[in-house]
Write a protein that binds this ligand. Sequence first.
Ligand code: NAP
Length: 329
Amino acid sequence: MYDVVIIGSGPAGLSASIYAKRAGLNAVTLEKSPMSGGQVLNTYEVDNYPGLPGINGFDLGMKFREHADKLGCEFKEAAVVGVRELKKVGAGGRQTGEMQAASITTIKEAAEAENRGFAVITEQEEIETKTVIAAMGATHAKLNIPGEEAFSGKGVSYCATCDGAFFRGGVTAVIGGGDVAVEDAIFLARGCEKVYLIHRRDELRAAAILQKEMMALPNVEILWDTVAREIEGEEKVQGLVVENVKTGKKERLTVDGVFVAVGIIPSSDALQDVADCDEKGYLTAGEDCVTGTPGIFAAGDVRRKKLRQIITAAADGANAVTSVLEYLA
Ligand code: NAP
């Protein structure tokens, strides 16, 4: 039985791997794909990670992984489909601290409560562990408008750094007003003739420094108070129908590519049966990464938190392992 199974190998998971190894824990990190790094791999430039100004996201992800490998951290390629409690405390499974305390009446029950663990269910096997650090990150949200699915991979993309090169010299539209949308617009403007940034409000959510950089670019046009209604084309994307939400005016933009950057959805599905999520699906845990389920910890973008950055994800990994150590002790 492992001391801890870390699910996910983005900045939170890799940081947890490093801290777990250094703490002498018997740990394994499960990764869905053979490439560690999570969302950071698709970031063209990271300019807010201390000590590494302007580093390429892919390189930073690789550095995290190399660090873990150098320490001898164990990794396994496995897609986690669920987590099951091996022993239950009292009558119910998941309980609040108060209920749990109330249900432990004998020394035996107390011992069982301390010793219970989890089976992490992957597509291939079940892995037994005393604790779980959930660091599965998040995936891209969709617009759910006509044409989005039909043209996915045929001009509709969720990753500018992955697919931007296909639109060199062309016209693209980025939808969204957060950090990712503005970063995407800046990145695409380097190779595209023109980039539209389409935002549903009259104010961007992205960091001021990114906004300033984008607004200085002559080939980026911002369409304020505008939403995308339909993506059109024949074999591939040829146009985007947008509507100004204040005037109700619709227009068709001629574009070769549409980049959707309207936020993220936490990848918390595998933990649904054993841990609590908020209304958006984020696992509920504080800065110490402790969830309401003893033995389950949440780190990185999958956790409900205020600031989602690479550095806060990496910090979560460290905090989660510290909480694991306290729990095991
Ligand atoms: P985000 O910050 O949640 O922004 C999503 C944007 O999409 C918002 O502007 C939102 O509009 C808009 N939007 C949401 N649903 C929409 C819809 N159906 N139609 C049109 N627009 C819609 O998400 P993100 O940019 O993907 O970033 C995710 C997290 O990673 C954030 O916490 C971000 O700070 C972080 N991040 C940080 C960095 C960095 O530090 N360099 C880089 C990348 C990401 P409203 O503004 O009106 O809500």
